[in-house]
Design a protein. Structure first.
Length: 188
């Protein structure tokens, strides 16, 4: 099978269950932003000194979750296993919260606004955080535009995850700067 199909040359593509979707469709905007986020998460993982530690394991799990959210965003109908997915997403959110708490416990108290930057890993975490926020906004649009209540609930569970993921990436950036010896640059 060839890598290229030429199907998208006219500005349309196919999504699961839908053919001829314009490439600026809100679902494609969300999927593209989630793909961009996942690429930055992969870059971030490659920049962590010890990818087998907690953050490396977190990022591998997070990338799988972002791929799953992208699958949800691509579809125009809710999945059959909706209630199972919501419970799984709740567990995934709890794992993010535990990781945030673990990192935050070792960090100095915030005393101003953080200026993104620092170590290469922390800088990548800040970029991933901003892309995560954009993906969250794209999911809000899909959720708002969905007439199907089950689909709306499915996307809402993803929104909660994405909101917590951006918090995780913020905490991770601070943590990576702390263990890297640079600390945070702040504006009071």
């Amino acid at each position: 099978m060839k890598l290229y199909t030429k199907r998208g040359d006219t500005g349309v593509t196919d999504l699961p269950g839908d053919k001829g979707i314009p490439k600026d469709d809100p679902r494609l905007e969300a999927c593209g932003t989630l793909d961009e986020l996942n690429a930055y998460l992969g870059l971030l993982h490659s920049l962590i000194d010890n990818p087998e530690d907690g953050a490396g394991n977190d990022l591998a799990r997070i990338q799988a979750e972002v791929m799953d959210i992208s699958t949800e965003a691509a579809s125009s109908v809710p999945r059959d296993e909706d209630s199972i997915r919501e419970l799984s997403r709740e567990r995934a959110i709890a794992l993010l919260e535990a990781a945030i708490d673990r990192m935050d416990a070792s960090l100095p108290r915030l005393k101003g606004f953080i200026v993104p930057g620092g170590t290469p890993g922390a800088s990548a975490a800040h970029v991933a955080r901003t892309v995560c926020r954009r993906a969250e906004r794209r999911l809000v649009r899909i959720s708002r535009d969905s007439p199907n209540e089950r689909r709306h609930r499915e996307i809402a569970a993803s929104l909660a995850y994405m909101n917590r993921l951006s918090d995780y990436l913020f905490a991770l950036a601070r943590y990576l700067n702390s263990i890297g010896g640079t600390g945070d640059r702040t504006i009071v």
